[in-house]
Each structure stands twice: as structure tokens, then as C-alpha cells.
Design a protein around this ligand. Sequence first.
Ligand code: PLP
Length: 291
Amino acid sequence: MGNSSTSENTASDEVRVWVNGERVSAEAPAIAALDHGVTVGDGVFETCKIVDGVPFALSRHAARLDRSLAGIGLPAADHAVIDAGIASVLAGEPIAFGRLRYSVTGGAGPLGSDRRNSPLTYIVTAGSQPPGAASGKLVVVPWVRNERGATAGLKTTSYAENVVALAYAQKRGGVEALFANTVGNVCEGTGTNIFVVVGGEILTPDLGSGPLAGVTRDLVIRWCREDGLTVREEPLPMSVLEQADEVFITSSTKDVMAVHAIDDRSFPAPGPMTAHAAHIFGRLSRERLDP
Ligand SMILES: Cc1ncc(COP(=O)(O)O)c(C=O)c1O
């Protein structure tokens, strides 16, 4: 990690940033200090994968943004504004593999949790990122997801809980944390959904257990079923991790990622069902760019 890696990384590390109608420098301030997204995390966001300059599943991400905004009681977003931002950050040199992220916040607000009916703030960014590892370890964290919380299942910018959990997992050699929910069932990771394979069936926590309705999760469920696999969404006690033959996680930038360990327990990675699910997802996501 000397000087050469710093200079080599300059082009690929560049994050293109667009705020409220303008391209801005990634380093320079572009958001008001009293933006409610900054002061209290009053906002929502989406992250989409970019492959060869093309973002994946834009319509599904737009629909989830609408659900998240409605869920926290902010007005509907103007998608023409978001689309202009997306076009701006994707213009120019195509990003071979990366992340498109857009956020919509409550705009100017008071310092407290009450809102002023301000115009929404729109932030759109795009940048390269290295493709994820083939497999990773999960670490169960000592904190729970509240499946009955006001923001359960919403992709809000209040992610400090995830920051704390991921740091805990990384400190213990994990690539991702795993949360149970308040009744001791499996929920999700900080930015991923989880699937387990038991007796040849693929199981994943139902949405009532509190996970985000991941775009990748939904497509994996749908496409694996279309391929004849059994996939069930249901409450899963944490003890299912003792019975699981395989485990995998999903997200927009990780796709289907095998899990080789959860804490001290090891798993084959990828196991045969995980490899199959990854193959189906890889093939169909290349064929159907906005499924
Ligand atoms: C908490 C949480 N769960 C799951 C996911 C996976 O969702 P998706 O497949 O839509 O990326 C994310 C996305 O980053 C997330 O933030």
C-alpha cells in the first residue's frame, strides 16, 4: 500500500456526485449543515449494481424508494429529478463494476426530530468498486433488529446501527454481521439478506421477521422457483443455523455470496444449492437488466 497504489487507485476510486441538479466535487461540501438527512438521518436511499456502465433493476429500486419514503412519511420523490441525476453520474467513461447510490432526504429541517415541509434533497452518486469475494464469514451480533420498529423494512439513511454491527463483525474476521430479531428469529445482515439450505430446500426469513425486502432476495426467490427449486419464506429460529447444510447472503453489489462460516461453525462454500442459485441469478441478471 505505497504511493503507487494511491496513484493507481485515483481513477477507479473517483466517486461521481450530483446534488439537487448539479454535478459537484466528491470532497467539497454540497449539503446544508441543517439538512434533516444530516442532523437526524431523515431520509431514504437505494443502491444499485452497475455492470459495464448499466445499472441493474432500476424500476425495482425506484419502487422500493417510494415505499421507504411513504413509510417514513416524506412526500413522494420526483423520479424525473432522480433520473436526471442518474444520467449525469453515468455519463462519460462507463463504470465496469460499481455502485449507483441515490438518497432522498427531508431537506432543510430544525435540529430536532420534527419536520419543516421543506423541498426534498436529492443526492446521486456512482463509483467503481471491486467485485465481492467468493465467500465470507458472518458474525452474529449481540444486538437485535426490531421487526416492530417504525422503520422496520424501510431503507432509511439512519444506518448507525448497521455501522456498529459491521465494525463488530469485521473485528472478528467477518465480512458481514447477522442480526436476530426481537423474538430470536433470523433477520438479516447490515446490508444483505440471508438464505439457508436445509434438506434440499432454500429457506429465508419472511418479511414479517423484519428484514429489508431486498431486490436481490426477491429475484433469487422468484428465479430459483422458476427453475424448480423449493424456496420458502418463513420465520426461522436462530437454531436453524445449526441444521443448515449451506448458507448464502444476497445484496445488490454481492449478488449471491456463499457463507463459509457463521461464528465458529463452518459451511461448504459454495455448497451445491448456493452454486446453483448463484448461477441462475448470474445468468438471468445478465439477460434481464430491469426485471
Ligand atoms: C439492511 C439491508 N438488508 C438487505 C439489503 C439487500 O438488499 P438489495 O438486494 O436490494 O441490495 C440491503 C441493501 O443494501 C440492506 O441495506
